[in-house]
Design a protein around this ligand. Structure first.
Ligand SMILES: Cc1cc2nc3c(=O)[nH]c(=O)nc-3n(C[C@H](O)[C@H](O)[C@H](O)COP(=O)(O)OP(=O)(O)OC[C@H]3O[C@@H](n4cnc5c(N)ncnc54)[C@H](O)[C@@H]3O)c2cc1C
Length: 496
């Protein structure tokens, strides 16, 4: 048996063991009025791209049809890998003319099933659009193709003294086009802000194949409507992002990380307030982890708290330009937090390997939950600080009997709580809807948002009419109609 065949079989086994039920069946979705791919379509795509970049093999397609978290699974029988904007344009033009639905895909790490087809949409991947085009070393403005892997952009910037203003656990896999399309948040949002703030320009292809040049590389450019913002966070429903211009700050010269143990959530909040005051401009991340999550990390990821057991843990990072100044600030904060009994214990790291060891505890959490497939429900909530953790208890109570355990962790610095629920049984559509209803009701009661940074994707699309005012939703629908009158771009996602 050839090596390639063995590899394909391994891949197939891995995906078929973990593969969720087909989305269309599990969620009882009705297929839109689109045409199905015919032989002539495949032939046409082979004229636009070379045949190696038109993938129709079902084994190869499996990972593009299944999402990273094993929650959803489509049945597409074709994947296209364009290398240029012109090729994307030709593909979309053809799909629009022939009413073929399209699913744009980057690194396929999104949390809500937006990146995989529901039925037989044509998957158009940015995998081969991975060139960094230029860097303006005076301004730190980098121009790159949409398929550049986030971490690769950061590695390219590092020796030039800049840093990518986005840091997420999926950085080794996700693409910048996907990050823009989801308006990704991540760990350093507290310091650098989100994609709306950091993307200066975009090139996008609309559903009919028209190429829109919004490639401004200026920090200030108030010349009419800021169309780029339509594509940031629209999850592939309004256009296909092909190029991104990103402003990147100077790379901090010194970093410190601290891992702290705390008694209760009240002290977590007080510590957060204290550390904001002390660390101010050098504060670059504040993450929180609760006891169930730490126990989960220990069991599933075989990693441990470096300081022993505490009810809550805070992970903080400072990034600055003056080692002595930064360390002094951090130590003053720690001294006061210990003296006043806000924190019970802590460890500080300033060497890169040790900092990474601390961060890996946080970054690996999602990977651990992945093993639970469709028994795991994940909620990405945004809440007022005072109620950030108060929401957990009522959710535990209301899902008793259904859930095995409820976990809370996340980007505390941005009020973003990731709530994971492991169910006792596989999540059927009905069971998921029951738990969703509980979580969304509690989030609304606490004046929060049901999506802080992961978007809407497929899994939350059915709730849009409950969370958006009617006229806002209508305007969104009208914008969609204007840019994509045939509705070919990422159907069944965001607004349905
Ligand atoms: C371990 C892990 C940690 C994560 N941590 C975070 C986090 O801290 N913060 C956060 O915000 N998210 C996080 N995520 C979610 C995910 O990584 C982000 O949403 C990311 O931005 C998705 O990028 P991607 O390239 O994988 O996009 P995909 O998953 O491929 O696609 C995401 C959406 O964008 C659309 N899309 C993709 N590329 C394009 C394009 N070129 N043009 C138009 N539409 C496109 C897709 O159709 C889909 O709707 C995490 C995920 C994992 C697995």
């Amino acid at each position: 048996m050839s090596k390639l065949l063995k590899f394909q079989i391994t891949l197939f086994r891995r995906y078929s063991q973990n593969s969720p039920e087909y989305t269309k069946k599990k969620f009882n979705v009705i297929r839109g009025n689109y045409n199905s791919i015919q032989k002539e379509d495949i032939q046409h795509f082979r004229k636009i791209l070379d045949s190696k970049r038109v993938v129709t093999d079902s084994v190869d397609l499996e990972k593009y049809n299944t999402d990273w978290f094993f929650q959803v699974r489509g049945t597409s029988n074709i994947l296209l890998k364009p290398k240029t904007t012109q090729e994307v344009s030709s593909i979309l033009h053809y799909c629009n003319e022939n009413k073929l639905a399209v699913c744009p895909q980057g690194g396929n790490t999104s949390a809500l099933g937006g990146s995989v087809p529901v039925f037989d949409e044509v998957i158009v991947s940015t995998e081969l659009m991975n060139k960094i085009i230029s860097l303006d070393e005076d301004s730190g403005v980098v121009t790159c193709e949409a398929g550049c892997i986030l971490e690769n952009i950061d590695k390219y910037l590092e020796p030039k003294g800049f840093i990518v203003p986005l840091d997420i656990g999926a950085k080794g896999t996700c693409h910048i086009g996907g990050n823009v399309s989801t308006n990704a948040g991540g760990m350093r949002l507290i310091k650098f802000g989100n994609m709306h703030g950091n993307v200066l320009g975009i090139e996008a292809v609309t559903a009919n194949g028209e190429i829109l040049d919004c490639l401004s590389n200026l920090k200030k450019d108030n010349t009419g409507y800021h169309l780029k913002h339509l594509f940031i966070g629209s999850e592939g429903t309004l256009g296909f992002v092909t190029k991104v211009i990103l402003q990147c700050p100077p790379r901090p010269k010194y970093r410190n990380a601290a891992f702290l143990g705390l008694q209760n959530f009240d002290k977590v909040l007080k510590t957060f307030k204290l550390l904001k005051g002390h660390l101010a401009e050098i504060l670059s991340a504040v993450e929180v982890i609760d006891t169930p999550t730490m126990e989960f990390i220990r069991k599933e990821n075989k990693q441990d708290s470096p300081i022993g057991d505490y009810p809550f843990y805070l992970m903080i990072e400072t990034s600055g330009s003056n080692e002595q100044h930064d360390e002094e600030k951090l130590h003053l904060f720690l001294e006061e937090a210990l003296k006043t009994g806000l924190i019970l214990n802590g460890t500080v790291a300033s060497e890169p390997a040790k900092i990474q060891a601390i961060w890996s505890i946080r970054e690996n959490i999602a990977n651990g939950f992945r093993a639970y497939g469709s028994r795991m429900l994940q909620y990405d909530t945004s809440l007022p600080f005072k109620d950030y953790y108060n929401i957990l208890e009522p959710i535990k109570e209301s899902t008793e009997g259904l859930s095995e355990r409820v976990f809370g962790f996340g980007h505390l610095g941005d009020g973003n709580l990731h709530l994971q629920i492991i169910l006792k049984n596989e999540a059927t559509d009905e069971l998921k809807s029951r738990v969703d209803a509980v979580v969304f009701e509690k989030v609304a009661a606490f004046n929060g948002s049901i999506s802080a940074e992961h978007g809407i994707g497929f899994l939350k699309a059915k709730y849009m009419d409950k969370i958006k005012p009617k006229n806002t939703l209508n305007l969104m629908r009208n914008v969609k109609k204007l840019l994509d009158p045939n509705g070919i771009l990422n159907p069944y996602k965001v607004i349905v």
